[in-house]
Design a protein around this ligand. Structure first.
Ligand code: CP
Ligand code: NVA
Length: 310
């Protein structure tokens, strides 16, 4: 940690930060993104190293963290289960003790949330969740920043979640509770959200709809995700039939607010969870959303390593 800066924070779930910390992060993201777009050098993390540990595949998470860390003057070490001792049963606790003596911050993409929590409990440096079975907080950070860029504050708005009650859905619920908006959740039977698993205190931040079009009615943002998340591939066939009616199409977008946005964390499957004319249509902001992963994560790493600037 930076000398004199002793308050170590991890980012393992969205609820690890408070509303006022999010307000700060969104403002820092705006500043950091603008500087970057103007080719202004900003390198507060020279000599600092990010270790990225991937136990699942990734395109956006890897590129956004790696490019973002280099842009801030730091460097990156990339580890996977297959090319490290993590895949040969070295205890997570020992891996955390060793890795965190050599690097300044760690990002992990893995299966059970319990694994990242065990790592964090034995880490000397901040740990960031780059996706677990239960949560994907960096993605929701980017999604909300993207909403703010396009439409202003998300407080009081309605977000329609159409699809699986998965890591993204759980994280949306945590965000709704902290930032004061409502999630309309529509999932096939048997794939719903569980408030206990999502880690929310107040079930008032979401409403459940059996009909996905009803969930979209009046929504300011419509969002979805793959029918089968990483790690659940054995359920693929069962999910393809269960989710057949949970495809965000033009009819669902028409039920939402006329200026509603469409988001998808990507990768997307056109013709499954989203129709091509929606994801490639004028209400879709998926490319801004993907790009913003890098900008929000730069602000997040700056905050976790250096605290508030200025
Ligand atoms: N949205 C997201 O996390 O993408 P990757 O799986 O490509 O990292
Ligand atoms: N819910 C998806 C998100 C991928 C970025 C998964 O976990 O595979």
């Amino acid at each position: 940690m930076k000398p004199g800066y002793s308050l170590m924070k991890h980012y393992l779930q969205f609820k690890d930060l408070r509303a006022e910390e999010y307000a700060y992060l969104f403002e820092r993201t705006r500043i950091i993104k603008t500087r970057f777009k103007n080719y202004e050098k900003y390198q507060p993390l020279v000599d600092r190293t990010l270790a990225m540990i991937f136990e699942k595949a990734s395109t956006r998470t890897r590129v956004s963290f790696e490019a973002g860390m280099y842009q801030m003057g730091g460097s990156v070490v990339h580890l996977t289960t297959g090319d490290s001792q993590l895949g040969r049963a070295e205890p997570i606790e020992d891996s955390a003790r060793v890795i965190s003596r050599m690097v300044d911050i760690v990002m992990i993409r893995t299966f059970e949330q319990a694994k990242i929590e065990r790592f964090a409990a034995h880490s000397r440096v901040p740990v960031i969740n780059g996706l677990t079975n239960e949560f994907h907080p960096c993605q929701i950070l980017a999604d909300i920043f993207t909403y703010i860029e396009h439409r202003g504050s998300i407080a009081g708005k309605v977000v329609a979640w159409v699809g699986d009650g998965n890591n993204m859905a759980n994280t949306w619920l945590q965000a709704a509770e902290i930032l004061g908006f409502t999630v309309h959740v529509s999932t096939p039977s048997g794939y719903g959200v569980d408030p206990q698993l999502a880690g929310i205190r107040d079930s008032g931040c979401y409403k459940v709809f059996t009909d996905p079009r009803e969930a979209c009615r009046g929504a300011h943002l419509v969002t979805t995700d793959v029918w089968t998340s990483m790690g659940y591939e054995a359920e693929n066939e069962a999910r393809r039939s269960a989710f057949a009616d949970w495809c965000v199409d033009a009819g669902m977008m028409a039920a939402a607010q006329p200026d509603a946005l469409f988001m998808h964390c990507l990768p997307a499957h056109r013709g499954e969870e989203v129709a091509a004319d929606v994801i490639d249509g004028p209400q879709s902001v998926v490319w801004d959303e993907a790009e913003n992963r890098m900008h929000v994560q730069k602000a997040l790493m700056e905050y976790l390593l250096l605290g508030r600037i200025g």
